[in-house]
Design a protein around this ligand. Structure first.
Ligand SMILES: Nc1nc2c(ncn2[C@@H]2O[C@H](COP(=O)(O)OP(=O)(O)OP(=O)(O)O)[C@@H](O)[C@H]2O)c(=O)[nH]1
Ligand SMILES: [Mg+2]
Length: 246
């Protein structure tokens, strides 16, 4: 495989080339790295959003809602779901696929699951590369889902300038752990499952620690406009800082 041709196909938005290059990067094939190096100079930077949180907090359901909203805005959306190689993986992956099925037929949406292969930090070795590939292929928004099981996961911030941390009500000890670590790296905190008992208390509790707490009911789409606006607002701040002063 010629890395130059592969890079050209990726830049032209060819889905098979995108998929193939990500696989090469996962397998640490030198030709993948060579193609990656040819992707510089994306016409427009993508909005990369990290979505992290404890297993079952509703990350995939929320991402599904975000995809619908961004598609309505006419944006192309890439999703990289990072999974651990733990025994619960099979179920989680299947769940993601089922929930994302509506979007799987949509040419403006690219979905890719990646295994962490035991790597620390919750992010697959190739996640960063996958994000670059999707950006070069013209995806406007790239969502990275990672399983948050503690401070190890905070390196999602290295890949995504905007990090959304999701908590479900009534986690008790886990919320305490979040306060100590993840809240520092999350730009937006979402209390999902707002339809559950204890949601009010969790929101109030977290608001004392974080300036941007949003309550959602992802299964019903409640709170999504607020979340979309909070993400957009944070991205405006990121853009201001990344643009050279004039
Ligand atoms: N009651 C309620 N249930 C929800 C809500 N959002 C998601 N769920 C349910 O919670 C379960 C887990 O949702 P997922 O979206 O798979 O959560 P996840 O964080 O992606 O899970 P993992 O990828 O396995 O870590 C599913 O059964 C969802 O239907 C919500 O707002 N309210
Ligand atoms: Mg999930």
């Amino acid at each position: 495989m010629d890395p130059i041709a592969l890079a050209e196909h990726v830049k032209a938005g060819n889905v098979r080339a995108v998929s193939r290059l990500i696989t090469l990067l996962e397998n640490q094939e030198p030709v993948g790295q060579a193609a990656l190096e040819r992707l510089n100079g994306s016409p427009r930077p993508a909005a990369v959003i990290g979505v992290t949180g404890y297993p079952g907090s509703g990350k995939s359901t929320l991402i599904d809602q975000l995809v619908t909203a961004y598609r309505r805005q006419g944006k192309k959306v890439g999703i990289v779901a990072v999974d651990t190689t733990s025994p619960r993986t099979g179920g989680a992956l299947l769940g993601d696929r089922i929930r994302m099925q509506d979007h799987a037929m949509d040419g403006g949406v690219f979905i890719r699951s990646m295994a962490t292969r035991g790597e620390r930090g919750g992010l697959a070795r190739a996640t960063r590369g996958a994000v670059r590939v999707l950006e070069a292929a013209g995806y406007d928004v790239i969502l990275v889902e990672t399983v948050g099981v503690g401070q190890l996961e905070t390196d999602v911030a290295d890949v995504a300038p905007t990090v959304v941390a999701i908590v479900a009500p009534g986690l008790g000890d886990e919320v305490q752990a979040l306060k100590a670590g993840l809240l520092e790296t999350a730009h937006i905190v979402v209390v999902n499952k707002g339809d559950r008992d204890g949601a009010d208390a969790t929101v109030k509790d977290l608001q004392e620690w974080h300036p941007r707490v949003i309550r959602t009911v992802a299964i019903k789409g409640e709170g999504m406009p607020e979340l979309i606006e909070a993400i957009a607002e944070h991205q405006r701040i990121v853009d201001l800082h990344s643009k050279p002063a004039t």
